[in-house]
Design a binder for this molecule. Structure first.
Ligand SMILES: [Zn+2]
Length: 57
């Protein structure tokens, strides 16, 4: 998997990326999109496998 934000696909030359692991898969997300992961992970469906199983905070 490329090291790009799972949501906006920017790479680490453009934005800082935070490394995450979910269901034994790795992915990266930029600070701008961390709130989506926290508050509205259903928006990641289609971007991240099994995003529909993330429980919103
Ligand atoms: Zn992003």
């Amino acid at each position: 998997m490329d090291k790009v934000c799972v949501f906006c696909k920017k790479d680490q030359d453009e934005v800082p990326l935070v490394h995450l692991e979910f269901k034994n898969k790795e992915f990266w997300i930029c600070p701008q999109h961390i709130p989506i992961l926290i508050h509205d992970p259903s928006k990641l469906v289609g971007h991240l496998d099994d995003a529909d199983t993330i429980q919103a905070g």
